[in-house]
Every structure is written in C-alpha cells, then in structure tokens.
Write a protein that binds this ligand. Structure first.
Ligand code: SF4
Length: 236
C-alpha cells in the first residue's frame, strides 16, 4: 500500500521514524493506513493539501481504483474545487457550519445559486480569462463562532444582502429548474426534501432534473442567466 501511494523504497521506510519523512510522505502514509482498512466510507479531510500535483493525481487515481474495486463511498472535505470537479458526484457547500448549497456536480458548476458558491467558483483561475488579471475575492472573513450574525451567516460578506438577510436565517430550499434554467418551473418546499424520493413535489408532475438545494432568500435572482447577469448589487 505504501508503494501504491507513491512512497519510494517502502520496505526501508517501514523501519524509519515518522520524523524522518517529509510532510507530504507522512500524509501519504496516513492515506495508505486509511485505505488499508478497506472502509465502507472513507472520509478525507483535505487529503491532498501537502502533495504536489503529480502525487495528488496518483492518490486520487488510487482512491478511484479502490472505490471501483470495493464499492466504498468517499466523502471529501476540501477547498480544492479542482479535486471536487475531478472526484465528486454530489457536492455540499458549507459556510460557517451551515449547508448553503447542495447539488449534483454538473448542476453546481453550471448553475451555482448561492453567493458563496458563486464567489468560490469565481476565485478559481481560468485558462480562458485575460492573463495576469486579478482573481475576484470574497471580502471579509468568516465570523467567529461566538459572533454569528442572527440572520444569514453569510450576511457580513454578501454583496447582495438586504434587510431580511440580517433578520432571518434562510431555509434550505429546493430549486427546481427547467433544463434551460432561464424559465423556472416551480419551486419550493420550506423544508429540505426527502432525498430518496427526490422530493418529487406535488406542485409539479414534470420530471425533476436533479436535487438542488440552496439556502438564500434571493436565490431566484442570483442564478446566473445565459448572459451572466444576476441581480444588481445593493451596496459596494
Ligand atoms: S440570504 Fe441574503 S445575505 Fe444570505 S446569501 Fe442570500 S442574499 Fe446573501
């Protein structure tokens, strides 16, 4: 297993102390230990942070291989949207301890509906954009646990915040969109739906494309349209 995760001379390394290994090697040993247990569910918390891209690719390939072989599920906890795009089927975006958006990987990348998700995606470098242009950032920082805003937890950093956002925490709502995205079929249940049943709402008998949940009072205005336009900022 050490060999599989890219540790050179694995037999010799087995006899060495941890302090003789580099940070990246120690991380790979931890991954090997977890994989060696053949778990049903593997929880990976930033598993590739200290690894260079080549080793990262090897580790991700190995995980995919073992997943296909054993049928285990993998939960990735990561800020690396490249890894998310590469590895995940379903994505849950969390901010300050709350789920703000959940969707199928393609749906999330195609139609991010929460301002935090939109900010995360916008901050990714692109091969297409103008070279040497500054990447967008999300102003401010995550509030301390003992100073959470009483309304939406993202309110102090959200450029679209309005009065209601300061007063009321948004529910997690079911977004049901037509494939064209521009025309919305019907929305919304106040409660998170039963995911097994896909919350096929009684409001619509049409096909529900994918489960897409978002926690924002104004998500309808924030879904990017074909021309990229979303609702106007309320302040700078
Ligand atoms: S509820 Fe308001 S503050 Fe929270 S993400 Fe939506 S627009 Fe922004």
């Amino acid at each position: 297993m050490l060999e599989k995760v890219g540790i050179p001379s694995p037999k010799q390394r087995m006899l060495e102390f941890p302090h003789l290994l580099s940070g990246g090697m120690r991380q790979r040993v931890m991954i090997a230990m977890a994989l060696a247990c053949r778990p049903d569910i593997l929880i990976c918390d930033e598993p590739s942070t200290a690894l260079d891209v080549t080793v990262q690719a090897q580790i991700l390939d190995l995980m995919r291989e073992l997943q296909a072989e054993t049928g285990m599920s993998i939960i990735f906890i990561t800020h690396d949207l490249g890894v998310v795009a590469e590895m995940c089927d379903q994505v849950v975006v969390m901010y300050a301890g709350k789920v703000v958006e959940q969707a199928d990987i393609f749906e999330l990348f195609d139609h991010p509906s929460h301002p935090y998700t939109q900010g995360l995606l916008a901050s990714m470098p692109s091969m297409i954009g103008a070279p040497k242009s500054l990447l967008p950032t999300i102003d401010g920082s995550v509030p301390a646990l003992n100073q959470m805003p009483c309304g939406c937890r993202f309110v102090t950093r959200c450029q679209y915040a309005q009065d209601l956002c300061h007063q009321k925490q948004p529910d997690l709502q079911l977004v049901i969109l037509n494939q064209s995205v521009i025309s919305k079929q019907s929305v919304i249940s106040k409660q998170p739906p039963d995911l097994n049943q896909a919350a096929v709402s009684e409001q619509t008998s049409k096909k529900v494309p994918d489960i897409h949940l978002v926690s924002c009072h104004y998500w309808e205005q924030l879904i990017p349209k074909k021309d990229g336009a979303i609702m106007e900022k309320t302040h700078d």
